[in-house]
Design a protein around this ligand. Structure first.
Ligand code: MN
Length: 476
């Protein structure tokens, strides 16, 4: 994916000034050190040029968004027809070529050449007037803080492009009676672009029966390279390999990057997929347990934003009120990208689902700052909730809990953090990511036109309560 840089100007200034504007713009673009490339496209001077470049951006599948900047003054009525057609994320970079005012050099000609304080305000007005969702970043283009903000927005825009083409395979339906994992799939497709469809577990079993011993041998070699395990467990592990190969074949066939399943719908399968799901997540697939396709989708999107990052499907389980920590895990399915130790494949009885003991990866999670993300359906609208958490090294060995586990403390503090999450309606399932930050998620929600709720160090619970009530008015 790449981003297009469009400089705004007009014909008033003459050839020489416009040439300088173009040269300076190219220097700015070359100086941006960002996760995704930026390409200087043009210095736009007329309504026709603007409309044309925005139509091109809309059609170009590789263009993830546009960045605009007005080196000189660019009258904004010229931009209306273009912005009215804009379908890509937009960042308004409010910068200036030089970061100082040269005392001797400055005269009216210099002012006319370096007037983004003037031109970008006109540009900002039309964004506000048209209610066009955009990220505004102010500051000198060489400033690391400015570049970090643009980088965040780029991650969000890449997530948006991924989201708009995301397909999710549901193996079976949701866990019976569970509310938060339900959702309006039509509304979600309209807002986020996700194509969420169901495949029968029987179709998966049929695919599993076709998997060859040679295919399983190859995947077992891959497991041996990244995980530890005992030879005695080989048969159970090979069964997980069979499940993984069959699931991935269906995902590849359907062009899907996320999936869900449920322990209540495993007809014809001997084990709940554990290792199989965990290893698929490590390859970039999103997953949600108990039919939770919303968490599967968000996990896939965050993994696409940070392909080498640490992001997993997660579930809030048990509290330690003395240590003020939440223990997070799942029956089996935690992604090994969040592992602090080399994961070990183990086979243990699972008291739920009534199937054979499944092979799963066991490990301790990373310590460090992370964010827990939950997408919920409020009825007619989606709410994206993000909570800052501080993950710590688990302080107990928990020898009788052979699953992957992570411990963390939520912001603003342990008790208030839990109260805020419950008030906002956040699910027990989350996407836990060590890479993403609040701004990226806020950008993502803004571009998608969905409600965003952040619970962070500065959150005041009564202000949050009011924000949620206001949200009911704004987003109804
Ligand atoms: Mn669950």
């Amino acid at each position: 994916m790449k981003f297009w840089f469009i400089t705004g100007s007009q014909s008033l200034y003459g050839e020489e000034t416009l040439r300088q504007v173009e040269e300076d713009s190219k220097v700015i673009v070359a100086g941006l050190k960002l996760p995704f490339p930026v390409e200087y496209k043009m210095t736009a001077k007329t309504p026709a040029e603007i409309e044309s470049i925005i139509k091109e951006a809309n059609y170009d599948d590789e263009c993830a968004g546009i960045i605009t900047f007005c080196h000189t003054f660019s009258p904004s009525k010229m931009w209306i027809n273009g912005f009215a057609r804009l379908q890509k994320p937009w960042l308004h970079l409010h910068t200036q070529f030089k970061d100082y005012i040269p005392n001797e050099e400055i005269d009216m000609d210099y002012m006319n050449l370096h007037q983004s304080a003037h031109g970008d305000r006109e540009h900002g007005f039309i964004g506000a007037r048209m209610r066009t969702p955009r990220r505004v970043v102010a500051g000198h283009w060489m400033d690391e803080r400015v570049q970090a903000k643009i980088a965040d927005w780029q991650r969000a825009a890449v997530g948006v492009a991924f989201s708009r083409s995301l397909k999710i395979v549901r193996f079976g339906d949701n866990m019976r009676e569970v509310a938060v994992t339900e959702g309006d799939k039509v509304e979600t497709q309209i807002k986020l672009g996700w194509q969420v469809n169901t495949w029968a577990v029987g179709d998966l079993v049929e695919e599993m029966n076709k998997v060859t011993e040679a295919e399983i041998d190859a995947l077992m070699q891959e497991y041996a390279q990244v995980y530890d395990f005992d030879e005695k467990d080989t048969e159970e592990i090979r069964y997980q390999a069979r499940e993984e190969i069959a699931m991935e074949k269906i995902l590849v066939r359907e062009g899907a990057m996320a999936f869900s399943n449920t322990f209540q719908d495993l007809h014809g399968m001997r084990q709940l997929p554990g290792l199989a799901t965990q290893h698929l997540m490590s390859k970039g697939y999103g997953y949600g347990g108990e039919g939770d396709w919303k968490t599967a989708g968000m996990t896939a999107i965050i993994k696409a934003m940070y392909p080498d990052g640490a992001t997993s499907f997660m579930e809030d389980y048990t509290y330690d009120y003395q240590q003020e920590l939440i223990l997070g895990s799942h029956m089996l399915e935690v992604c090994p990208t969040v592992a602090a130790t080399k994961p070990r494949i183990e086979v243990h009885h699972l008291g739920i689902g009534g199937k054979e003991p499944p092979a799963r990866l066991v490990f301790e999670g990373l310590a460090g700052k992370a964010i827990a993300v939950s997408l919920i359906d409020m009825g007619g609208r989606m709410r994206l909730i993000a909570q800052d958490v501080e993950c710590v090294k688990p302080f107990q060995s928990m020898p009788n809990l052979p699953v992957a586990r992570v411990m963390w403390k939520p912001a603003p503090d342990f008790l208030t953090g839990m109260e805020c999450w419950i008030l906002a309606g956040g699910a027990h399932h989350t996407t836990l990511s060590y890479d993403i930050n609040t701004d990226v998620l806020r950008d993502f929600a803004r571009i998608m036109g969905i409600e965003f709720v952040s619970i962070n160090a500065a959150t005041d619970i009564y202000a949050l309560e009011k924000e949620l009530m206001l949200g009911d008015v704004i987003w109804r």
